[in-house]
Design a protein around this ligand. Structure first.
Ligand code: RFL
Ligand code: PHB
Length: 397
């Protein structure tokens, strides 16, 4: 790891948040000759200990290549050209490549993406200030915005042309925008996902999204020897109450018998519960402040869209900023509309996948029959399969 860089008093684009959105933006701008400073509240070790997304769309893969941060992903990532949906004891394989004219997804963990982006930033001497406390954004709707923050007990101030709010759902950037400017749209689901990571071979060589009488389950992976599994759980559940044995038993009960029979179990490396939410903020820009990624929107993880949406935001924002510094501000002016058009489509898909595959006890027997009909329709209709597949591999930027 390189020595910490001194923090300059001025930069062109100040980026709040050193997660995948902020790091990718910083890397793409730096490669285009634009200066950035990234302010991250946590330590690098903490950021790299978060286990999150696992499926990258082609658009994100291309963006990582453009950022010069794709070498390890291209070597170690698993290209998947299919995905399975299981409904009770039935299974349906969607041939993604066949249904979409050759498109695939890349199975490669967000933790690895973030580590690769840190390595790429270090190699270019990128400025990332970790453990930046009490970040505050000032004059974002004027011509001379700036940020203040504290580090090691000292207060710092950085002037900039633009601020990118890449600081996630609980960050400060969105909260800086006056309440009468922001419109928010939210749906909170009455359940969460309990997930574990374990060094055991995956039960299947492709992902399985399973809807069962007991609830939803997902069989995913990080490599040929590392599996990631989730089951739907009540929001009252506490992770401490879930021993590994209890998890494996519950997972098996959520899967078709032939899949459950092949499960290889072992000690977990990580175990956590995540609530499910759909959330969108409009607009994604206020003056010289631009929101991107989870700072602006959240999707339930069922469609694997959260990280990928962050990447498409960064595509629109980085090209807008690069064009601006070259004399054309159209892309920057239209950032919010262009990003939101894609965000809402991904929100729709994630909401639909969640509604289709989870157990909603309050929807009763009619709701359960609708889910069965959805699966039967999917099984019988190439058009329905193509629609799911084109959304799963990612709509065009
Ligand atoms: P992040 O990753 O939350 O990073 C934001 C960063 O900002 C920092 N921060 C601050 N820094 C300075 N000052 C402040 N005041 C700050 N407040 C916060 C934070 O410490 C953090 O480092 O947002 P970003 O970069 O927009 O990235 C978004 C993705 O992390 C997220 O959408 C995905 O993880 C969602 N997601 C998935 N997305 C996919 O595309 N495919 C998947 O398969 C997928 N699976 C998942 C997921 C999310 C999950 N959880 C736990 C929420 C599975 C799960 C279980
Ligand atoms: C994951 O591997 O963590 C994962 C995969 C697909 C999803 C959500 C999470 O839809």
């Amino acid at each position: 790891m390189s020595a910490p860089m001194p923090c300059p008093a001025k930069t062109q684009v100040l980026i709040v948040g050193g997660g995948p959105s902020g790091l990718l933006l910083s890397q793409l701008l730096h490669r285009a000759g634009i200066d950035t400073v990234v302010l991250e509240r946590r330590s690098r070790d903490y950021v790299l200990s978060r286990i999150r997304a696992g499926v990258l769309e082609q658009g994100m893969v291309d963006l990582l290549r453009r950022a010069g941060a794709a070498e390890r992903m291209d070597r170690e990532g698993l290209v998947h050209d299919g995905v399975e949906i299981a409904f009770e004891e039935d299974r349906l394989r969607l041939d993604l490549a066949d249904l979409t004219g050759g498109k695939t997804v890349m199975v490669y963990g967000q933790t690895e993406v973030t580590a690769d982006l840190y390595a790429a930033r270090d190699a270019m001497g990128g400025v990332i200030v970790h453990e930046a406390e009490n970040v505050a954004l000032h004059d974002v709707d004027g011509d001379a915005p700036y940020a203040t923050f504290e580090k090691n007990g000292e207060t710092h101030r950085i002037a900039c042309d633009f601020i990118a709010g890449c600081d996630g759902f609980h960050g400060v950037a969105r909260q800086t925008i006056p309440a009468d400017v922001l419109k928010t749209f939210e749906l909170v689901y009455p359940f969460g996902w309990l997930g574990i990571l374990a060094d055991v071979p995956p039960v299947n060589d492709e992902l399985i999204y399973a809807c069962h009488d007991k609830g939803f389950a997902l069989c995913s992976m990080r490599s040929q020897t590392r599996s990631r599994y989730y089951i739907q759980c009540s929001l009252e559940e506490k992770v401490e109450d879930w021993s590994d044995d209890r998890f494996w038993e519950a997972l098996a009960a959520h899967l078709p018998a032939d899949v459950a029979g092949k499960l290889v179990t072992g000690p977990s490396i990580e175990k956590s519960i995540a609530p499910l939410r759909s959330f969108v903020t409009e607009p994604m820009r206020h003056g010289r402040l631009f929101l991107a990624g989870d700072a602006a929107h959240i999707v339930p993880p069922t469609g694997a869209k959260g990280l990928n949406l962050a990447a498409s935001d960064i595509h629109y924002l980085s090209t807008g900023l690069i064009d601006h510094y070259r004399g054309d501000s159209t892309g920057l002016e239209t950032y919010s509309q262009r990003a939101l058009a894609r965000v809402w489509k991904a929100e729709r898909f994630s909401w639909w996948m969640t509604t289709f595959l989870h157990r909603f006890p309050e929807k009763g027997a009619f709701g359960a029959r609708m889910q069965r009909a959805e699966f039967d329709y999917l099984k019988s209709s190439r058009a329905a399969q193509a629609s799911l597949a084109e959304n799963y591999v990612g709509l065009p930027y």
